[in-house]
Ligand binder design. Structure first.
Ligand SMILES: Cc1cc2nc3c(=O)[nH]c(=O)nc-3n(C[C@H](O)[C@H](O)[C@H](O)COP(=O)(O)OP(=O)(O)OC[C@H]3O[C@@H](n4cnc5c(N)ncnc54)[C@H](O)[C@@H]3O)c2cc1C
Length: 242
């Protein structure tokens, strides 16, 4: 693969898979930790921080946010303080409807929770909901809840937001009317406004990025498919081309 993000993700994934295999044998200690603040848009920095923590404490897998989704396997969370286990002949991890457990930063999704025992798409949606919820909790903790309420998970074409002085004034007006609450210190307020402006600007992606994400998604899907079927389909395309 030529895409470096894709390579990086694959390598992180195989490291995590290996760690989880060890977890199955009980060889890995799972530690819930909180890393120093990482800028929200720099995934590379986040990966680097995780690697640094792993190097400093090689027997510890540290994560800022964890989403557990192991279906019938619930026991490994039973001894974690503030994680509730519900016993209904089968055991489930207790979460609210946003996938939150009693531990800050620890979420659970899918069939291991009592919130969903439905078809695959609902379980996948539950995982996505937990991911959004984790993002919003993080923003709320750094600023205040109204800032988090404006987080969205979609993107737009470049040019949607002007990013010029007039736009900056307009966003300030909107911020002061709808988001700012009494008692917030000026420095924190300015930092929240800057955060929201950055989110708007970063939401814009150009055609190349659009295509890169599209390709990354398709490659991820291809990895899950039967290789024989993929080869058969590729051969049929070559046949059509000639
Ligand atoms: C018999 C049956 C038939 C079904 N048919 C359909 C259907 O036709 N269509 C449909 O949409 N849905 C169907 N479902 C529902 C679907 O399977 C679930 O909605 C979905 O799989 C739940 O997703 P999940 O992520 O919670 O769990 P899973 O998809 O089961 O994912 C859990 C993952 O966690 C891993 N894991 C478990 N323990 C550990 C551990 N200790 N360490 C690391 N990893 C671990 C597992 O290997 C697995 O990969 C069916 C379910 C059953 C039981």
């Amino acid at each position: 693969m030529t895409d470096s993000n894709y390579d990086e993700r694959r390598s992180l994934r195989s490291e995590l898979e290996q760690a989880l295999e060890e977890a199955d044998t009980g060889a890995l200690r799972i530690t819930l930790a909180r890393l120093p603040e990482v800028a929200p848009t720099t995934r590379k920095q986040c990966l680097q921080s995780l690697k640094t923590v792993a190097e400093d404490a090689p027997d510890t897998l540290a994560a800022v946010i964890s989403i557990a989704a192991t279906k019938n396997a619930v026991g490994y969370l039973a001894d974690v303080d503030r994680v509730g286990i519900i016993d209904r002949r089968k055991t489930f991890v207790d979460t609210d409807n946003r996938g939150r457990t009693g531990v800050d930063g620890l979420y659970a999704a899918g069939w291991m929770t009592a919130e969903t025992v439905h078809q695959a798409i609902v379980s996948a949606g539950h995982g996505a909901h937990a991911a959004i919820s984790s993002r919003m909790s993080d923003i709320a903790a750094r600023y205040w809840p109204a800032v988090a309420d404006h987080y969205v998970d979609w993107v737009v074409h470049v040019g949607r937001y002007a990013g010029d002085e007039e736009w900056a004034d307009h966003t300030r007006e909107w911020f002061e009317e709808e988001i700012l609450v009494d008692g917030v210190e000026t420095t924190l307020a300015e930092s929240a406004l800057e955060h929201l402006r950055t989110e708007f600007i970063d939401r814009q992606i150009d055609a190349d990025e659009w295509q890169r994400r599209d390709r990354e998604g398709q490659l991820a899907l291809l990895e899950q498919m039967d290789d024989d079927l993929v080869n058969e389909y590729a051969a049929s395309l070559q046949h059509t081309d000639t």
